[in-house]
Design a protein around this ligand. Structure first.
Ligand code: COA
Length: 171
C-alpha cells in the first residue's frame, strides 16, 4: 500500500468511498450522495488552492482511502488552522490505513505552516476518536445534539492538535 497524491482518475473511487459513508454511517451528516461532478469540483478547488488530497492505493492500484485538509473557517484570522477529512474503504478498515493517511497529512500540514489541525467528528465515532487520540489529538470541544441523522441526535466532537508551537504571526 502506498500513500500518494490523488489524481483525477481516482475521483470515482473517492466518490464511492464517500457515498458509502453517506448511506451507511454518521461520518457525514447528510443523506445526499454526491455526484462525480461534485467531487471533481471539490478536488479541483483543493488543487487550485495548493491543498493536499491524498489517497491510499493498494497493490492493484485500487483506492483504499483518502484524506485532505482545507480551511477551518473563512476569515483570515483562521488561516493557520485547517480542518481535515479522512475516509477508509469499509472492507479494509482497522488495517492501519487511516493512521498512515493522517500521519502523512500531518506532515504536509506542518510543511504548509499549519499551526493547528482540527478533526470534526460524530461523538459516537469511536474509531475516529481513538485514531486521533493515538496520534496526539485531544478532544477539545463537545457540542451535544447539534446534528441529526437516521432519527437520532448527534453530538459533534472537535479533535485538535497543535502541530508546532510558534509565536503568533505579526499583525
Ligand atoms: C475512522 C477511520 C478513518 C479509521 O481508519 P482505519 O484505517 O480503519 O483505522 P486504523 O486501522 O489506522 O486504526 C488506527 C487506530 O484507530 C483506532 N481504531 C480504528 N478503528 C477502530 C475501531 N473500529 N474501534 C476502536 N478503535 C479503532 C485504534 O486505536 C487503531 O489502532 P489499533 O488498530 O492499533 O488499535 C475509518 O474507520 C473510517 O473511514 N470511518 C468512516 C469515515 C470516518 O469516520 N472518518 C473520520 C471523520 S474525520
Amino acid at each position: 500500500m502506498i500513500i500518494r497524491n490523488a489524481e483525477p482518475r481516482d475521483i470515482p473511487a473517492i466518490l464511492s468511498i464517500y457515498n458509502h459513508a453517506v448511506r451507511e454511517t454518521t461520518a457525514a451528516w447528510t443523506s445526499r450522495e454526491e455526484t462525480l461532478d461534485d467531487r471533481l469540483t471539490w478536488y479541483e478547488a483543493r488543487m487550485s488552492q495548493g491543498l493536499p488530497v491524498l489517497v491510499a492505493a493498494g497493490a492493484q492500484e485500487e483506492i483504499l482511502g483518502f484524506a485532505s485538509f482545507g480551511a477551518f473557517r473563512a476569515k483570515e484570522g483562521y488561516r493557520l488552522t485547517a480542518e481535515h477529512t479522512l475516509y477508509v474503504d469499509p472492507t479494509v478498515q482497522r488495517q492501519g490505513i487511516g493512521r498512515k493517511l493522517l500521519l502523512r497529512l500531518m506532515d504536509i500540514a506542518h510543511e504548509h505552516d499549519i499551526h493547528v489541525l482540527v478533526g470534526v467528528v460524530d461523538g459516537d465515532n469511536n474509531a475516529s476518536i481513538k485514531l486521533h487520540e493515538g496520534l496526539g489529538f485531544e478532544k477539545t470541544g463537545h457540542l451535544p445534539q447539534v446534528g441529526t441523522k437516521f432519527g437520532r441526535w448527534l453530538d459533534l466532537v472537535f479533535l485538535t492538535k497543535v502541530l508546532k508551537p510558534m509565536e503568533p504571526p505579526k499583525p
